[in-house]
Design a protein around this ligand. Sequence first.
Ligand code: FAD
Length: 408
Amino acid sequence: IERIVIVGAGQAGFQAAASLREAGFSGSLTLVGEEAALPYQRPPLSKAYLAGKTDARGLLLRQESFFAEHRIDHRSGTRVTAIDRAERSLLLSDGDRLAYDHLILATGTRNRALPVQGADLAGVRQLRSLDDADALRSAIADSHRIVVVGAGFIGLEFAAVCAARGLSVTVIEAAERVMARAVSPETSEAFRTFHEEAGVTFLFGAGVTTLEGEAGRVAAVRTADGQSLPADLVLVGIGVVPNQELAAEAGLTVRDGIEVDAFLATSDPAISAIGDCVRFPSRFAAGMPGGDRVRIESVQNAVDQGRCLAARLTGRPAAYDAVPWFWSDQGPRKLQIAGLAAPGDASVPRRAGAGFSVFRFRDDALSAVESVDRPADHMAARRLLTSAKRLTPEQAADPNFDLKALAT
Ligand code: FAD
């Protein structure tokens, strides 16, 4: 392979480029990204950056000089509009064509739009990119009443930052609890309480039917049960959809994500895909409702898939098998999740001192661990999830049982 082109200059695309050079790839390496900025981290956008505790420079994955030093041709502000698989070339938004020997798709996801009338009013916003975060920082400064639609990670992190500033924040959620798809009822309950103590109001089981405007700006959020909540800023955080159209139009297999095999290859061996945009086979998903293939939205997954693919392309192929893990900072609380839980998995709480963890079991085997201000439990969990040693629910519940000793 002489020429590798990466589409998408986010967490996964950047990692693949950096790891390819680290592994000794000496051919040409092009990283095409539609955003204007150098590759940056998204997690702080809803945390420290939103709160004004770090600046845009602090988000960068590397400074500008890194790209020249490592001969990574970063083409920012450029969108890939089509893949010609027969020619092995790409069409770019600036009219250029770019040839590849191997193509890596790392196109990520985009936010799901709220499918109601008024969703296009001024003051209705989403959070995915640095541009979104900049717009929100100034919108918050002029807002008094904020409504968040969706009690997922981003909605709750945003709510926590706004509540800490003393703003009025109401979170509307269609499900009956916060982070319902991702965590146990016990963890949901704890976070609902944390947020309520910080001044956030929740409406559960509530669907948004209309966003009402005044002179083109959002003024209120109307719910299915007839309530009308005044709002001058609405953040919509109702999940994402994978950017898979480029792959689909090129005839690659897609199904809520670009389908890849255990080695992260698509249905065309000259094209691989990594990060938020892929659906891949995972032993951690065995027994989950969607079968044993998953699409994961996390920094861990983007970084580890970037590394795994770079190793294959430089002659060290290995199936992708990393333990999934994730974190979310909500106000002063840190939630860390290791593994993948299915909604029906049993919950075993473990409490000792500050914080707590909830151990999830599926068919009597540990499936995931949710830790709140318990980093040691989280680190032990990451090891236990791949260890041949079995943790029993009784051991998990016993605060005196030495998790670390079992894990090592
Ligand atoms: P992305 O980082 O989204 O990068 C994809 C890039 O591809 C984008 O820049 C996009 O513009 C570009 N692109 C798409 N199509 C094209 C095209 N045709 N041509 C050119 N460029 C294209 N994860 C955690 O683990 N912990 C957290 O606390 C956390 N917090 C988050 C907070 C926020 C506000 C957000 C938005 C995400 C958060 N995440 C968190 C998720 C994490 O950021 C993602 O999982 C990660 O960025 C995925 O990396 P990726 O490279 O797959 O996609």
